[in-house]
Design a protein around this ligand. Structure first.
Ligand SMILES: NC(=O)c1ccc[n+]([C@@H]2O[C@H](COP(=O)([O-])OP(=O)(O)OC[C@H]3O[C@@H](n4cnc5c(N)ncnc54)[C@H](OP(=O)(O)O)[C@@H]3O)[C@@H](O)[C@H]2O)c1
Length: 326
């Protein structure tokens, strides 16, 4: 099969479509013929040599989510059969014509959603569900702040929080991105290049914050949280060290937490998939959640796709499509 390889750590040009060994499904795995693979910011860090995948995942083929058709099932597989269209959360190796994945990390392609769009669903939905709704316990009527509102994570968090009855604030780097977030259900955007989100939101009060920025945002987040507020970290793009005012933590009874999804055990991911199928998948049918695909590229344009992600010009997801898929 062909796969997009990180031929050496470096700039986007190190990504090359080459021959690669086809994976064999284990007893509880399905083999997926890949139609499309979603890009995630972590793929960029992996390509640069800054983010080794967890044990068992290929180090030289990026890709944490795919869509496609099941072509083979291990002997213990009960959930799927050959011919089923699925999208799947994987720990790596998604930029490839075939992927082997445990059956419980697959979800059916939602009705009316194309295979290409479905490839961009798993990573952000699993991440947002586990961090905003489980870890952050966002409740209907509460206010959520999402930093990076136009990111793949942001467009997912906005739609889910809106659908479940929360008010959503976002930070963005341009007016166009802010307007796109409003169209997806956000109530207010703060252009972080021209406005200070702490000033803009201190009178609103925020119950849950999903932050991928870190650094100087930390103390501002602490300042605008309501009593009982929850601050959830999924990355620290602008710095991992921060100073915490313990008095504010205690006086407002705040919770500061965070998580990474990629290295979590199978049982956790399977349980998450089951909850998402019950709670999120109906939102596709009701029209309350839709994929936001900014641009698709073919597998041999993976370098261009990474350049676009690094430019941050995109709103929503960037998808690689396997043009050999039949
Ligand atoms: N912990 C986990 O399990 C987990 C799982 C998935 C993703 N993540 C993390 O979630 C983040 C988003 O991932 P993605 O794949 O959705 O990436 P992405 O689409 O590339 O999004 C990155 C976003 O960061 C925004 N940004 C940059 N500087 C900012 C600032 N100072 N203030 C506010 N926003 C800023 C960019 O918006 P502008 O262009 O407007 O600046 C862009 O929308 C990444 O950091 C990723 O590592 C974590």
């Amino acid at each position: 099969m062909k796969a997009v390889l990180i031929t050496q750590p470096g700039a986007p040009e190190v990504l090359k479509l080459q021959e690669y060994a086809e994976p064999k499904p284990g007893d509880d795995e399905v083999l997926i013929k890949v139609k499309a693979a979603g890009l995630n910011r972590a793929d960029v860090a992996q390509r640069q040599g800054n983010y080794p995948p967890p044990p068992g995942a290929p180090v030289d083929v990026p890709g944490m989510e795919v869509s496609g058709v099941v072509t083979e099932c291990g002997i213990a597989v009960t959930m799927w059969k050959p011919g089923d269209e699925v999208c799947a959360l994987i720990a790596g190796g998604g930029y490839a014509e075939y992927v082997a994945v445990k059956e419980g990390q697959c979800l059916p392609v939602p009705g009316g959603i194309s295979l290409a769009d479905a490839a961009g669903l798993p990573e952000t939905i699993f991440t947002v569900w586990s961090n905003v709704f489980q870890r952050g316990s966002l409740q209907p009527g509460e206010n959520l702040l999402v930093h990076g509102g136009s990111s793949g994570i942001g467009i997912t968090a906005i739609q889910l929080a809106h659908a479940f009855g929360s008010r959503v604030f976002v930070t963005v780097g341009s007016e166009d991105k802010g307007k796109a977030c409003l169209e997806l259900g956000a109530n207010k955007y703060i252009n972080y290049r021209t406005q200070d989100f702490e000033q803009e939101l201190k009178s609103e009060g925020v119950d849950v914050i999903l932050d991928m920025i870190g650094g100087a945002y930390f103390s501002k987040n602490i300042n605008i949280l309501n009593p009982g507020g929850r601050l959830v970290y999924i990355n620290f793009m602008k710095g991992k060290m921060a100073e915490l005012d313990l008095a504010k933590l205690m006086q407002k009874r705040l919770l500061v937490t965070g998580s990474t999804l990629r290295g979590r055990e199978y049982g956790y991911k399977k349980a998450l998939a089951e909850e998402i199928l019950l709670r999120v998948w109906p939102l596709f049918e009701s029209g309350e959640f839709k994929p936001v695909t900014y641009k698709t590229f073919s597998f041999n344009e993976a370098a261009e796709a990474h350049m676009l992600m690094e430019s941050s010009d995109h709103i929503g997801k960037i998808i690689l499509v396997n043009e050999n898929f039949r």
